[in-house]
Design a binder for this molecule. Structure first.
Ligand SMILES: C[S@@+](CC[C@H](N)C(=O)[O-])C[C@H]1O[C@@H](n2cnc3c(N)ncnc32)[C@H](O)[C@@H]1O
Length: 454
């Protein structure tokens, strides 16, 4: 980093002071530049926050501006293509995209302030300073010619839906009646859904405690509370004390769908950061092995279990190489929450859609099949394996399951059923499509239960 990119110590915000919008825009632009170069959003944001010493409100603003820019990258990119007569540097291009995405969000900020602060932001670094005039001219042109420019990109699918073209086509093909709702759900910020640790509290007690602390919410599942307004979870009463965890409603279905009985031996084959492992242990006195191939992420499993007052055996290993870690004792239940495209949780990880490549899906699908085949011998006859992915693509849902079942005589798919609050009876579940902003709000997920025929 150039010395000129570092704000002077005296100019940096203290935790109590808010940085100028220009600084937040520049930090968001540096975040976006990294994402466009293939990095994921959280570390890119952390780096930018550190570089510009953004804390508290300004850090939250950086998060908001960066996520908004990623969620509107299709539209902003198409507009930039029309506005730019020459290709700006990656740093300047990112700043222009961030500013355009702010201008595209109706009522967020005064347009003149955004343009003024974006130009100020350009002056903050050596890499963008020379482009301040260019930025000023293109942003003002956008404001002047907005209707014409928006009409010109109206038929561009990426601009319309803010997802890559191949992703849109796949969804349209696989979910003809729901593809637009799925894409729209991916473009809105997610709610904050909590899971109550029933070993330490009841849902009703937690709702009361949260309401009293100014965080009202409502029950949307057996252990699930959705807060009316997202907030910093570490400050919620009950979080540090292990009464609450953050977990989307769709992910909260895994442990109940495992059909647990006391004393069972359970394998969570892809466990980190431990959300579903912890839920299993909150619901049943099980002997659980939490396995994951990522040692760094396994640290989070230890932390989460400790916070919630739960214990499990935690091991690092490849779920496909069972000889490396299996002690030879079979499991009554196996949860395979397999690595996947994460196409069902793009509202939480908005950059995923831009980072994922179409070819990744075949690789992931093959890994999912390998995991199913490798873990099957570890299941006790009569036992059940719950296969899960946070995906809305068939190649990570029904397809690997059907491939696995084909020609096997010792495996049968068991129907999974779930009762949603307000419904008179339960219904079959498998591919859950994201339901955003609805009464029952959840991510996209896939579940299939496979029983080993004794
Ligand atoms: C969807 S995440 C699991 C989320 C977790 N079940 C939870 O609820 O908190 C998938 C996990 O699979 C792990 N993983 C990827 N490849 C693996 C492999 N070959 N063996 C075991 N774990 C693997 C990743 O490190 C990641 O933590």
């Amino acid at each position: 980093m150039e010395a000129s990119e570092q704000p002077a110590a005296s100019a940096g915000p203290t935790p109590a002071t808010r940085a100028p919008l220009a600084t937040e825009l520049q930090a968001a632009a540096q975040t976006l530049e990294r994402v466009r170069a293939g990095r994921s959003l959280p570390p890119s944001m952390d780096e930018a926050a550190q570089r510009w010493r953004l804390e508290g409100v300004s850090r939250a603003a950086l998060y908001d501006i960066s996520c908004t820019a990623v969620r509107r990258l299709g539209t902003a990119g198409a507009l930039a293509g029309r506005l730019n007569s020459r290709q700006p540097s990656p740093a300047l291009a990112a700043l222009q995209l961030v500013a355009l995405s702010e201008l595209l969000a109706p009522g967020r900020r005064h347009e003149a302030v955004v343009v003024d602060q974006a130009v100020e932001a350009a002056r903050l670094t050596a890499g963008t300073r020379a482009g301040a005039g260019f930025l000023n001219a293109t942003l003002r042109r956008f404001l002047r010619e907005r209707p014409v420019l928006m009409a010109a990109i109206a038929h561009d699918q990426e601009a319309r839906w803010n997802h890559p073209r191949w992703w849109i086509d796949r969804l349209r093909n696989e979910h003809p009646g729901r593809w637009e709702a799925i894409l729209a759900a991916g473009n809105v910020p997610p709610p904050l859904t909590l899971r109550v640790n029933l070993r330490r509290a009841t849902v009703e007690d937690c709702l009361r405690e949260l309401e009293a602390a100014g965080h009202p919410g409502r029950r949307i599942g057996p252990q699930a509370i959705r807060l009316d307004r997202p907030c910093d979870v570490s400050r919620l009463p009950g979080f540090a004390q292990g009464r609450l965890s953050v977990q989307d409603l769709a992910a909260q279905m895994a442990a109940p769908l495992l059909d647990l009985q006391p004393g069972q031996r359970v394998l969570d084959a892809c466990a980190a950061p431990g959300g579903k492992s912890a839920h299993v242990l909150e619901l049943a006195d099980a002997e659980l092995l939490a396995l994951d191939s990522d040692a760094g992420r396994l640290q989070r499993v230890h932390e989460n279990l400790a916070r919630l007052g739960l214990s499990a055996q935690v091991a690092c290993g490849d779920a496909r190489r069972t000889a490396d870690w299996w002690d030879g004792r079979r499991f009554d239940r196996i949860l395979l929450d397999a690595p996947c495209s994460a196409s069902g949780i793009v509202r939480r990880h908005p950059e995923i859609r831009w980072l994922r490549r179409r070819r990744d899906l075949a690789t992931l699908s093959a890994v999912q099949s390998e995991m199913l085949a490798a873990l099957w011998p570890l299941l006790e006859p009569g036992g059940k394996l719950l296969y899960a992915t946070c995906s809305v693509f068939r190649c990570e849902g029904d397809e690997p399951v059907e491939r696995f079942l084909a020609g096997r005589t010792d495996a049968e798919r068991v129907e999974l059923r779930w009762r949603w609050p307000g419904d008179a009876q339960d219904g079959a579940v498998g591919q859950l499509l994201p339901a955003a902003g609805e009464q029952i709000d959840h991510d996209g997920f896939f579940y299939a239960s496979i029983r080993k025929i004794p």
